[in-house]
Design a protein around this ligand. Sequence first.
Ligand code: FAD
Ligand code: NAP
Length: 324
Amino acid sequence: MEQTEKIYDVIVIGAGPGGMTAALYASRSNLKTLLLERGIPGGEMNNTAEVENYPGFKSILGPELAERMYESTMQFGAEHVYGDVKRIVVDGDYRIVEAGKKTYKTRAVIIATGSYHRKLGVPGEEQYNGRGVSYCAVCDGAFFKGKKLAVVGGGDSAVEEGTYLTQFAEDVNIVHRRDTLRAQKIIQDRAFKNEKVSFTWDSFVEEIKGDGQKVTGVVIRNKNTNEIIEKSVDGVFIYVGILPQSDAFLDLGITDEEGWIITNEHMETAVPGIFAIGDVRQKLLRQITTAVGDGGEAGNRAFSYIEDLHDRMAAAEAAAETAD
Ligand code: FAD
Ligand code: NAP
């Protein structure tokens, strides 16, 4: 392991909207701030077509919002380096962040690692992943010009991304396990008005079929009648929810039974000096606005934490000198 010389005040893990905001607040407060990210800054915004619920923009493409956030984040001297964080070790008043062969020493850590897509777990899903099975309409939608698609799920992602896919596909069938959608009303209304979008209610996709090379169809079972139908499609987009990206932090004992990180309203976890924000946190509303709000709070709180730490260290030094 190679340990960097520098001691940071704050290390932010993950450069989605939450992490970027935390880095912005911390660096603007003159804290020595490092942003560690294992991919492209922007997080889930890079996989989102249009964002219409972020104030300041009537509508903006997700990747463009990501770029703008990154530019404003970096203006106050935060460092950004590539790093895939595997562990945080508590060492007295320091926190050691391990990322690949490198370790970084810091006084506070803000975890902003977001979530990942839940798999459907049906036959054909693994085999045809990238060959008709996708979890990202923005990334793969353009491969399906004039084609037929199935979208699985009934939340914001399935319904919004399903509607987005109609600019490429000629037919998008949303297969949902209930007869009402979980998606926000405005997202539902748009889908209902779109002639290329249809719904298969109360139904599960039980298998994804293919010809060995690519997807050719889905097997759908109606949960009320047990009727099974096979539908020809060229692609399947799966949006059945999200899971916390928190494996690297499970040994800290700061997660609930599903792996979401538990914090108080100041984004503090049970371990002093370790904060968590955004989608990885146990909370009800997972949005860009709420990730940004969490980031501001954590950046600010980290500043207070480090001031207290400095005060404590100075008092301890003074006490030691007096004792001498
Ligand atoms: P993320 O955006 O998930 O970012 C986390 C970052 O951490 C990633 O860049 C990841 O690479 C990095 N990371 C993870 N683990 C590690 C590690 N171990 N080491 C280093 N880096 C790591 N919300 C809205 O408000 N409006 C919308 O229109 C909207 N559309 C959406 C569309 C889709 C398809 C999806 C899936 C979500 C959408 N959301 C939308 C929700 C929104 O994108 C999320 O709530 C938001 O991005 C969460 O931000 P975050 O910073 O917590 O995490
Ligand atoms: P979600 O809200 O958890 O919805 C998941 C959907 O998949 C639900 O409809 C669920 O059905 C269904 N589902 C779960 N497991 C299933 C299974 N095994 N088989 C079949 N269906 C299954 O997840 P999401 O839509 O990905 O959204 C994630 C977060 O991002 C949310 O907080 C959301 O608000 C946010 N987001 C926001 C926007 C926006 O603001 N424009 C856009 C996208 C996402 P049930 O309904 O029966 O539970």
